[in-house]
Each structure stands twice: as C-alpha cells, then as structure tokens.
Design a protein around this ligand. Structure first.
Ligand SMILES: *[C@@H]1O[C@H](CO)[C@@H](O)[C@H](O)[C@H]1NC(C)=O
Ligand SMILES: *[C@@H]1O[C@H](CO)[C@@H](O)[C@H](O)[C@H]1NC(C)=O
Ligand SMILES: *[C@@H]1O[C@H](CO)[C@@H](O)[C@H](O)[C@H]1NC(C)=O
Ligand SMILES: *[C@@H]1O[C@H](CO)[C@@H](O)[C@H](O)[C@H]1NC(C)=O
Ligand SMILES: *[C@@H]1O[C@H](CO)[C@@H](O)[C@H](O)[C@H]1NC(C)=O
Ligand SMILES: [Zn+2]
Length: 499
C-alpha cells in the first residue's frame, strides 16, 4: 500500500535543525522555549540511537505504510457502504484540530464559514479542555478520551521518575518514544476494528507501545501551507474504497503560533482566523463538490484557548523560596504552571510551607497543590509523572525568577485552569450525524428541549459546553466501532441521547 501522501518522505535531520528547536516544534514561539528555566538542561541522549534507526530506513517505511490491513477487516464484507452517486463509501470521519482556537474567537465576525458549517451542522458553546490546558496533554485527551493522569502526558515537558528521563514535546527523539503515551488513541481502536486510518501531523507518537500505528502517517512539519493540508486530506478521500481511510485526523498550528506571538486580540490572530476559516470552507466545499456532505462527518476542534500575557504581574520564585530554594529544585515541569521536584537533600516541607504561605497571602495570584490537595476536577494527581508540588498561576500572573524576569515572554499563553473562559476550546461539526442529532432533538419532548440545546434565531443548534474527553466516544459511534472502544473518561451514554 502506498503512503497515499503528497508529501515527500520526511527529512529526519530537519528535526534537529537549530532554528526549529529554538522555535519550539509544535507551537512556534511557544510554551517553554521562551524561557531559560533553571533546571531544564539535560536532554539530548537518545538522539543518536534514533538517527541510526532513521538512517536504516526501516523505521520510516513502517511509519509511512503502517500495518497491512487484515484480510478479515470490515471493509471486505461489503456491508454498510453508501454511494455518492458514482463511488462507494464507508462511514468516514475527518477530525481537524485548529490549535489555540479559543471558543469566543468564533464570535468575532471573522469566521463566517465555520459559522455557516455549524449552522448546517452543530456547534457547542465551547468545549472544556483537560488540565493542564496545553497542546500535548489535550491532543492526547482528544485521541484517547483520557485525563492527563491516565494518559501520561502531564505537560508539554516533564520529568518521569520511573524512567529518569524528561519528556520534551519539541524533540522528536524524545516525544516519539511510544512509552510516554498511555491509553489507546482512536486510530489504534479503529485499526483493531479493521479500519484504515490517516494521520496528518496530529500531535502524538507515530506508534503506541503495542506497535499500532495509523495506516497513513504524515509527520510533523512546520509552516506547511493550509492548501497542502487540504489537498492531502482530499487525496485520501479520493483513494479507491479499499485504500481509503475512514478516519482522518489533521492538525494545524498557525493560530496558536499567532496567539503566542502577538496575543489573542492582535491583528495577526484575526488574520490567521480568517485563514483557518477559509481552510474549513475549502474542506467543506471539496466534500460538497464530491456529493459527500451526507456521507462524511467532519469535526473541527481545538485543544485550548489563549489569554493575553503582554502585561502580566510577575511572581518571583526567589522572593518566596529564596536563592537556596531555587538551587534546591531538581526538576521543573510545565509552563506556565510549575511542577516542582526538589533535590533529595532539600527540606521539602520547608519549601512547601513557604509556597503555601505565599499562596495563602495572595490567593488571587496563584495556588499551590500537592497530590493530596489538587482539586478533584483537574483529574491531575494519580500519576507519579505529576510533580509532587504544583504551582498554578491565575490568569494575569506569571511565575518567574529575578534572573529571568519577563525576558522572552510571549504575548499570549495558555495552560491555566481549564474552567477559565479564555482557556475554552471549540467544537463545530457537520455531516450526516449532525442531521440525525438535530432531528432527534427536535423530536424530543418540549421539556427536554432547550435544557442543553439552543436553537438560535438563525436556526443554528448550539450544544452546551462539554468536555473534550467525550470526543473519543463520539468518533467510535460515528464509525460504528463502539464495540472496540477502549475504557476512557468520556461520560457513559453521553451521545446516546442523540445518536
Ligand atoms: C449524491 O449522493 C446521494 C446519496 O448521498 C445520492 O442519492 C444522489 O443521487 C447523489 N447525487 C448525484 C448527483 O450523484
Ligand atoms: C481583532 O478582532 C477583535 C474582535 O473583532 C477586535 O476587538 C480587535 O480589535 C481586532 N484586533 C485588531 C488588531 O484589529
Ligand atoms: C464521489 O466521490 C469520488 C471520490 O472522491 C469523486 O471522484 C466523485 O466525483 C464523486 N461523485 C460525485 C457524483 O460527486
Ligand atoms: C524542615 O523544615 C521544617 C519546616 O520549616 C522544620 O520544622 C524541620 O525542622 C526541617 N527539617 C530539617 C531536617 O531541617
Ligand atoms: C479514566 O479512565 C481510566 C481508564 O478507564 C480509569 O482508569 C480512570 O480511573 C478514569 N478516571 C476517572 C477520574 O474516572
Ligand atoms: Zn495548543
């Protein structure tokens, strides 16, 4: 089976290109690359090993081709196909993530096409990300339906005491190791059910520990024009039935990069919103021109929102735990929250007391938690990868040191409380399932209506906010493979009322 891709083979060495590493692989001017933390120097290591693998070529070939689809798989049975007039189609779902698309960006009057898609389909007021509201934890929650404490990606960068290594989201040789990633992504489940899948740069590993990979895989590359992504998705849609993926996952980072660079209210964000809106329109029109809008379900999501951090109040860690405290920190995870692991020789009780006292005196600025005191709603304590002490700043505040100050701070950021309004993500969908959902809502008794659905003046259906860990079960349902679904944190029966 060919890769079905329009991209050339990935050039492994470009991942080690300095410019890219400096920029941050997946978020441009992003989360942690802008600061020089005092304990994040030791990485590299496994790179040489991976380069060897890459040179051998076997690795790349496996990535591109994925597993051979098993002869007993569903699509051989010939059941459950539909025709668009000329071609047979299986149930097909396209899920597209627009990184950093804050829910209320849709109310700016700059996304007419996304709104029109939602009017013909569905939209949620917003979608709640998991905590921490960062790219990798949330993209993996979308894929697995799991909270961070269960899927293991507890930040974009963190220390793992079990393997004594650090996870770095922006270094392929670190973050592509399957051992980091717990849970079963939807592409693995779909593969088990015999479906063909295609992954266009979705943040995550190319393979899970069980050896599963998507059938087609296009690895991460920055600054890929939206047109190329559109063309790749449609190229997959246009494959012959026996090679065509039924689940296509695609990722676009430019809006998040703009949000970090110039802030959520900036002209650059507004302009980029227009560009991703045009991308959504192009995808929708390409489906329409193939008479596929009643056959293919398309789901647009984002991973988290964005808040303005151009004029934050700085909180100096030195003022709280002193110079000696800073020096006693062995590992520091996450950004803008801060997970702390102190040296074995340090008096942890002492520093924790200082942090708790400072937070008690400044409750509006930041919270300090241990695994025992972490709010239940974060689902962020039952894993040894979660640092024993976590400082979580409130929006408007930044944790730093005298030495760092606000040098290189981005104008926009995320990672805060997943209940905070600016952190909310978006959900828009269109396809046969949205027609079914609307029909079923309309058919329900009056008392059930409008409890959690709203039909606005222009007849757009808007769902109440729901959490992004529900997405895994939705896709299982749309593909008709719920029997294969892995255990996850989605609400049992959440979609059954409508589908
Ligand atoms: C479009 O697809 C529908 C089924 O979804 C089919 O009934 C119809 O005939 C198709 N139209 C054309 C022009 O082929
Ligand atoms: C971006 O759009 C928002 C909402 O319409 C607006 O308030 C803001 O001023 C715009 N930014 C710029 C720089 O034009
Ligand atoms: C049906 O889909 C195929 C594959 O994308 C496309 O080539 C064909 O033109 C479509 N048929 C119609 C009637 O649009
Ligand atoms: C560690 O700090 C606590 C709280 O400040 C203090 O009571 C205790 O004596 C210290 N332990 C040591 C070994 O210094
Ligand atoms: C989330 O799901 C996993 C897998 O089923 C389970 O182990 C974990 O306890 C769940 N978490 C919560 C908060 O229910
Ligand atoms: Zn993101």
């Amino acid at each position: 089976m060919s890769s079905g891709g329009i991209y050339p083979k990935p050039k492994p060495f470009s991942y080690h290109d300095n410019a890219e590493e400096e920029e941050g692989l997946l978020s441009g001017t992003s989360e942690h690359s802008e600061r020089q933390p005092w304990s994040r120097k030791k990485v590299v290591g496994v790179a040489a090993f991976f380069i060897l693998l890459l040179i051998s070529g076997a690795f790349i070939r496996t990535l591109l081709r994925g597993p051979i689809v098993h002869p007993n798989s569903m699509w051989y049975t010939g059941s459950d196909t539909q025709t668009n007039g000329t071609h047979e189609f299986k149930r097909t779902v396209v899920i597209v993530s627009i990184d950093g698309l804050r829910a209320d960006y849709l109310d700016r009057g700059l996304t007419p096409h996304l709104l029109s898609i939602s009017k013909n389909g569905l939209r949620a007021k917003s979608m709640r990300p998991i905590f921490p509201t960062l790219t990798f934890p949330n993209h993996w929650a979308l894929m697995t339906g799991l909270y961070a404490e269960s899927h293991g990606i507890v930040a974009n960068n963190f220390w793992d005491p079990a393997s004594k290594t650090e996870f770095w989201y922006n270094r392929i040789e670190s973050c592509w190791k399957s051992e980091w990633w717990f849970g079963e992504p939807m592409w693995e489940t779909a593969g088990k059910a015999g479906l063909i899948t295609a992954n266009l740069m979705w943040p995550g590993p190319p393979k899970t520990t069980s050896g599963a990979s998507s059938t087609y895989f296009v690895p991460w590359e920055d600054h890929v024009p939206l047109k190329n992504k559109h063309d790749q998705i449609m190229k997959w849609i246009d494959l012959p039935l026996r090679e065509r993926p039924q689940l296509i996952m695609a990722y676009e980072p430019s809006l998040d990069q703009a949000g970090h660079k110039t802030g959520p209210m900036s002209a650059l964000v507004n302009k980029t919103l227009g560009a991703v809106d045009a991308f959504a329109k192009d995808l929708q029109e390409s489906l329409k021109s193939r008479n596929l809008t009643d056959i293919v379900d398309i789901v647009f999501v984002s991973d988290h929102g964005m808040t303005d951090t151009s004029d934050p109040e700085l909180i100096y860690m030195d003022d709280i735990i002193g110079e000696d405290g800073l020096k006693a920190i062995e590992h520091e995870d996450g950004w803008p929250a801060m997970g702390l692991r102190f040296l074995p020789t340090a008096n942890v009780t002492h520093y924790l007391n200082l942090l708790l006292k400072a937070s008690d005196e400044n409750p509006e600025k930041f919270d300090v938690y241990t695994h025992d005191t972490m709010p239940e709603r974060y689902h962020f304590s039952h894993h040894e990868r979660i640092a024993p002490i976590y400082i979580i700043p409130k929006i408007g505040y930044v944790l730093t040191t005298k030495a760092e100050g606000n040098v290189g701070m981005s104008k926009g950021n995320h990672g805060y409380d997943n209940e905070a309004t600016p952190m909310q993500a978006m959900f828009i969908a269109h396809g046969p399932f949205t027609t079914d959902v609307k029909a079923s809502v309309k058919g329900q008794q009056k008392d059930k209506l409008n409890t959690n659905w709203h039909s606005t003046s222009n007849d757009a259906f808007i769902m109440d906010r729901f959490q992004n860990v529900e997405i895994y079960n939705l896709i299982m349902k749309l593909l008709g493979i719920e029997a294969y679904a892995a255990n996850n944190n989605g609400t049992v029966g959440f979609w059954d009322k409508y589908l």
